[in-house]
Design a protein. Sequence first.
Length: 255
Amino acid sequence: MKNLKITFLLFVMFILLQNTITAQNSDVQMYYVHEDRVKPSMVKESDRIDKELIDLLKKHNIQEANWMAVQKNDQTKLYLSPINSLADLDKDMFKTLGDKIGNDAMTKLFSQYSKCYDEHGDYVINLRKDLSYMPNGMTLTTEGQPYRRFYYNYVTAENVANMTNTFKKVKEVFVKHNGSLHYRVYTPGFGTIGNYFMVVISAKNEEELAKAEGAMWEKMSGDLQPLFDEMDKYTSKLDMQTGWMRDDLSYSPKK
């Protein structure tokens, strides 16, 4: 029992240290993510419940809630809320709404979600501004570009530093060529398992992104190919997914 307590205390100290480092790092923006792995047959029902919740939030002008919604091609929904530190995870964004409509109404509302998925959960990801290439300003909601492509580069723990350095070199190439293709890089935070670098690219649609990537490669392949080969050395697994922003399922309070 004594050893268990010591291990737990060391874990808490590690999390607090990581929290402090991340919070003080202006190159990192943390996002709390709620993920619903929605059944394909229940997407419309999930949408309906989301909109019912959003209507209540708007009606009562709830200030504590704030999220952007993304839906992936496998119907998984991601709800992203910016946070300043892990301490924000202790704040209940729906508390005021519960006070307004009553706990019974809240329970009835959220219990409807259970039939829409078998798996869901919460975790934190880090937007790495130092690795991202967004010359027009850092934003997740690029106007007129609802389509999203997600590239996952999974790495083992010993290769995280190497991959980080390679991503910095890739960004330098984009800056050098004034690349027209912009991207954001995320790394896992609290509550995630494993190490990865997720590159997210926005576009109007899949066809427009294919054109943009083709133009990028024609212009920068000489500089990028050696760096992509370098990435391959550090990558343990690759994955690619697509999706789109769901502005109709996002919520931002009126100030």
